[in-house]
Design a protein. Structure first.
Lengths: 191, 280
């Protein structure tokens, strides 16, 4: 895939994912995810964060799970989901470290992350993946089933359990803290 | 005097919301295709190919191009010889948005209050800009705007002494700060001059100009070309994952301003630069 850089690889992984598997992934790897992942974006993160502050249980166990920052468009009849691309991850930066410390192993989104999130990724041996922003129609084809499991009243922002098959993502920040957004840009910068 | 029933406005806006969210305009479509050929980075090229597949699936299967089907920004250029009947124009416009987003399986992304944040569940209200123009026609532009890129937009109140270099720095700052967050390749709308709100509105409207058309003002055209070249040398690339296609166009609009000011508005749009235009 990434010609010229040599070490980048195509990988197929299962979700949920163990920390051992997460540590094998490298920034720049093209990864196809198959299995179960969960969606949560702004409003769901705020609610989970408030639940933690009050000492309440979360609606899903973070351990070894992957959260996809995504709020879909409505599904047409006979389809599992509507358009389903990633949203900007940085809006979840305030909440992500707490979830990573509870065992969250992967996050799928788009865009930059804060230093606090990067440190939490390294501390917990986790991974930040990017899916291609604005490719919601294409990405929806890798989602085979979708079910709201919590916060139904939030509409598109509810927490959904997704069954995915070869869902395409790219490792941006790996468990050692290497960041593709920083390295790849340098490669093509001519200013 | 020409009479138009507002029901006609509702029906057109409904259709335009659905159209804009599933099909790019021909100029945007051509620019996206061209980018596949010119992109130098292998991963960048691969992402641009995926975006081609995405556009094909969106149109064929009627799945919105992007799940963020936006807040409906609507420009109404109303001929002063038009008289509307059958209801209140603003309500008719919002009814069109409501029907488009509910019937068209588009995402409802609007909250009623910016801090209480309860979803209105029908994507209303729209953001409506009215302009009175000569004649007896109504030109409607529906431009659904996603917030990944909207959030990366900026207004700079520069000093006259900052001049054209100040404007260039402002645009480059906004683009570099946006990076991968704005879903590049982006389209950069710029408004120079006017007042605080005028420059932002010009920047928004500039995004609806075809990406293959330049400003009529020679120095502005040169500025558009120079900024596009500089932006494409940042290395940000498709998806922000490195490459030579960071922007597809820089569209700049200008307006007279005050002796003490140089306002610059920069409205960034992702590669899903949506708009539908109809003249009634």
């Amino acid at each position: 895939m990434m010609k010229g850089t040599g070490k980048k690889m195509d990988q197929h992984i299962k979700a949920p994912m163990t920390q051992e598997d997460a540590k094998k992934l490298r920034s720049g790897d093209y990864v196809y995810i198959t299995g179960t992942i969960y969606t949560a974006r702004d409003a769901a993160h705020k609610r989970m964060y408030e639940a933690l502050e009050k000492g309440e249980a979360l609606p899903l166990d973070m351990k070894n799970n992957i959260i996809y920052y995504m709020g879909p468009s409505p599904a047409r009849e006979g389809r599992p989901i509507g358009s389903a691309g990633p949203t900007t991850a940085s809006r979840m930066d305030k909440y992500a470290p707490s979830l990573l410390d509870l065992g969250l192993i992967g996050m799928i989104g788009k865009g930059k992350r804060s230093d606090a999130v990067k440190e939490a990724i390294i501390r917990n041996g986790a991974v930040y993946f990017a899916a291609v922003g604005g490719a919601g129609a294409l990405l929806s084809k890798s989602i085979k089933a979708s079910e709201v499991i919590a916060y139904d009243d939030l509409g598109t922002e509810a927490i959904r359990k997704l069954e995915v098959e070869d869902f395409p993502v790219i490792v941006v920040i790996d468990s050692e803290g290497n960041n593709l957004y920083e390295t790849a840009i340098e490669e093509y910068k001519t200013l | 005097m020409r009479t138009i029933d507002v029901a006609e406005i509702t029906e057109n806006i409904k259709e335009m919301c659905i159209e804009a969210n599933h099909f790019l305009t021909s100029d945007m479509d051509a620019a996206m295709k061209n980018a596949v050929d010119t992109e130098k980075a292998p991963l960048g090229k691969q992402i641009l190919c995926q975006l081609q597949d995405n556009l094909k699936i969106a149109g064929e299967d009627m799945i919105p191009i992007c799940q963020d089907t936006g807040m409906a920004v609507i420009f109404m250029e109303i001929g002063q010889d038009v008289h509307f009947t059958g209801g209140v124009l603003e309500e008719a416009i919002n009814e069109g948005v409501r029907r488009g987003y509910v019937d068209g399986y588009l995402r409802k992304s609007v909250v009623k209050d910016p801090l209480i944040r309860e979803n209105t569940k029908d994507n209303t209200p729209a953001i409506i800009h009215y302009e009175m123009v000569p004649g007896d026609k109504v030109k409607i532009t529906v431009a659904p705007k996603g917030f990944g890129s909207e959030n990366m937009s900026r207004v700079f109140m520069l000093k006259p002494a900052d001049g054209i270099e100040g404007v260039k720095n402002a645009v480059m700052t906004a683009v570099k700060d946006a990076g991968p967050n704005a879903c590049p390749p982006m389209v950069v709308g710029v408004g120079i001059g006017g007042t605080f709100e005028k420059c932002a509105l010009m920047a928004k409207k500039a995004l609806t100009r075809p990406v293959n058309e330049h400003s009529d003002i020679p120095y502005v055209k040169e500025l558009e070309e120079e900024l596009l070249e500089k932006i494409n040398k940042t290395g940000i690339g498709p998806g922000g994952l490195g490459g030579t296609t960071t922007a597809l166009a820089v569209n700049i609009n200008t307006y007279p301003t005050h002796i003490a000011g140089l306002p610059v508005g920069i409205n960034i749009c992702c590669h899903v630069n949506r708009h539908a235009v109809r003249v009634i």
